[in-house]
Ligand binder design. Structure first.
Ligand code: AVJ
Length: 319
């Protein structure tokens, strides 16, 4: 019998974390996948980030959904089943469902059942008559709505938060193409995407004065110490947010303050002073580029809403 099959989900997750860390730290340019930032501690820190004065995306997108709610609802029409990719705490779904005329159902999709329950619970209590059908799946991979879909309603995909910015651009196009297949004929997609802007605004949003984003980034090393038996000295690294002008993305890095070695899973990794671990990329888009990427994935941009300062965009794509 295969060892992998007899593992508990927690053990499988730990094995995957270690495998990703070994691969990422062995690379010529050290890197760790950003999905590992979100353990319980990381989720709480991200929640705190969304309330920081410098971190404009969450409050700006929320404002767009609130203020443009009637126009968004008009463009979408009645009877849509809302399929949300990565629902978080469900707060944005509540906003959208409140704006929409007679939504048919709510289907949150996430790999973590405990978060799904939180979002589903919040929506179910806000909309007592609405069918809520959680889907446990990794939306970054192909998946099927299968028995969760209902025959008559058309699907409205909902992918807020500029989470699309965490994908490399080619991955983002692949995600958009797969979403069209998952959501089926006649589907639409409501997509939140952060826009290119002044580098100083971006760097402040990802390196706040209170140090919450730094704590969020450094928690990844603390997690490797907790779950992978690593011996990172947290004081030996500092957080940096760098605007990569060529790739139009904010990069989070953990910078080694000195030459040092770190042990993880029986291996030793050496760091030069100033060497970094790249922990996250958050791509920012120009409207024309986003429209082209959507088109490359088979979507047509039917409408785009933004805030008065042009910080953030919400798109309605049609299949
Ligand atoms: C949750 C991926 C949208 O990229 O803005 C916030 C994550 N990282 N501050 C983003 C994040 C640092 C966030 N997303």
């Amino acid at each position: 019998m295969s060892g992998a099959l007899s593992r508990s989900p927690a053990e499988a997750q730990r094995a995957a974390l270690i495998a990703d860390a070994l691969a990422g730290l062995s690379a010529a340019r050290k890197t760790l996948p950003c999905k590992w930032l979100y353990d319980a501690e990381g989720c709480a820190l991200f929640e705190a980030i969304t309330r920081l004065p410098e971190y404009y995306p969450t409050r700006t997108e929320t404002r767009i959904l609130r203020e443009c709610g009637p126009a968004i609802a008009d463009a979408i029409g009645p009877g849509a089943a809302v399929v949300e990719f990565g629902p978080g705490d469900g707060a944005k779904a509540v906003l959208l469902l409140r704006a929409l005329a007679a939504p048919a159902a709510y289907l949150p999709v996430d790999i973590a059942p405990e978060w799904l329950d939180a979002a589903a619970g919040r929506v179910a209590s806000a909309f007592p008559g609405l069918p809520v059908r959680p889907v446990v799946a990794d939306f970054a991979q192909p998946f099927d709505l299968a028995g969760r879909a209902d025959g008559s309603a058309t699907h409205l995909g909902f992918f807020p938060g500029s989470t699309i910015g965490n994908f490399e651009p080619e991955e983002a196009v692949r995600f958009l193409r797969r979403a069209r297949t998952t959501l089926r004929a006649g589907a639409r997609l409501l997509l939140g995407a952060d826009l290119v802007k002044d580098a100083r605004v971006l760097e402040a949003a990802y390196d706040d004065a209170a140090g919450v984003t730094a704590a969020f980034d450094l928690n990844l090393l603390a997690r490797l110490n907790r779950e992978a038996g690593a011996d990172f000295d947290l004081g030996g690294f500092r957080h940096a947010a760098i605007w990569n002008a060529e790739k139009e993305r904010i990069e989070m890095h953990l910078v080694s303050r000195r030459a040092q070695s770190v042990r993880l899973a029986g291996r030793v990794f050496r760091f030069a002073q100033g060497e970094t671990i790249h922990t996250e990329s958050s791509h920012k888009y120009r409207p024309e580029r986003l429209r082209d990427m959507a088109a490359a994935a088979g979507w047509r941009a039917a409408a785009m809403w933004t805030d008065p300062d042009g910080l953030f965009s919400v798109w309605l794509l049609e299949g």
